[in-house]
Design a protein around this ligand. Structure first.
Ligand code: ZN
Length: 306
């Protein structure tokens, strides 16, 4: 029997994207649409925006919505209650989004945070296809990750599995928005690297410009990327020591920095690794913008979560 089509919604702070995917032809969506989230309109409005995207998918494809829909969300889902937490779209926090979307749409919903969706898509269809244990990193404005084991997302007791961005780094004391100090995110997020360069030069420039300047021989830009290499190595070695993944896919804006995939970064990881060699592959994402919505669609399969 032909596997059912999978419907996914990627709910972001600025846009809601929906796609219908054929699991046998995952390279392209059967239908795909997006609308602005308009999160300023509040929680109930966001629910209506998701419903509007589902209705658009129906009209574009001529299909009816299936009985199960996957939804990627900003923030984590507390497994004990189903309430959203840690979301930067703050009106979602504390809300039973899965239940409310199910009521609004008349279907079962399966939710996962956006980093888990990214990891699931890259592990199933993308850069780490065929790997058993995959960590999908998001390093951008924030730092997070999703862990996929044998094709399923490892969610965890508190729904925070993979939150390495708020692990502490040795010797770092920068305060983090989370209330702790010296978190990985305070050292290697895009804004943290831009701040580091700014403190050395008095200039406020974007990370892509810093990378260009480093290539051109700017010493302060070189030191900024050196700091990324050092701190990323320390931070990700802690993850590898525990998860020991086959592959790590690096998404988010900082994932575009070539040096992360080179010999310096691997040497930095090895300095902190409890093993004489490092075989884990560091890979660039393969699915681009599609990872979020395809990962959400994959949640609609029968055995996606542990
Ligand atoms: Zn933190």
């Amino acid at each position: 029997m032909k596997p059912a089509l999978l419907w996914g919604i990627d709910l972001g702070g600025t846009k809601v994207e929906g796609a219908i995917m054929d699991p046998e032809r995952p390279d392209r969506a059967i239908a795909r649409t997006r609308l602005p989230t308009e999160s300023d309109g509040g929680y109930e409005h966001i629910v209506t925006r998701v419903r509007a995207v589902v209705e658009r998918l129906e009209s574009e494809s001529g299909l009816r919505r299936p009985s199960v829909l996957g939804v990627g969300t900003p923030g984590a889902i507390e497994p004990a209650t189903g309430a959203l937490k840690n979301s930067n779209t703050v009106c979602l926090n504390g809300r039973l989004l899965g239940r409310d979307l199910a009521a609004a749409l008349g279907v079962e919903t399966r939710l996962a945070n956006d980093a888990n969706c990214f990891a699931l898509a890259e592990a199933t269809l993308g850069a780490a296809r065929g790997c058993d244990v995959v960590v999908g990193l998001i390093i951008g404005t924030g730092v997070g990750s999703g862990i996929v084991v044998h094709g399923r997302v490892l969610n965890g007791l508190h729904g925070i599995a993979g939150e390495w961005g708020h692990n502490p780094l040795c010797g770092e004391r920068t305060p983090c928005y989370c209330g702790r100090v010296g978190c990985v995110e305070t050292a290697i997020s895009g804004p943290a690297l831009e701040r580091f360069y700014g403190e050395r030069t008095g200039e406020s420039v974007s990370l892509p410009v810093i990378v260009q300047r480093a290539v051109a021989g700017d010493a302060d830009a070189g030191a900024t990327l050196g700091r990324l290499t050092d701190k990323f190595g320390e931070a990700i070695a802690a993850v590898i020591n525990i998860i020991d993944p086959d592959a790590i896919v690096i998404g988010g804006g900082v994932g575009n920095v070539d040096r992360l995939y080179g010999a310096e970064t691997r040497a930095s990881i090895r300095r902190h690794l409890f093993n004489p060699e490092l075989r884990t592959e560091l890979r660039r994402p393969a699915l681009g913008d599609s990872a979020g919505v395809f990962g959400a669609a994959l949640l609609a399969r029968t055995t996606t979560h542990w």
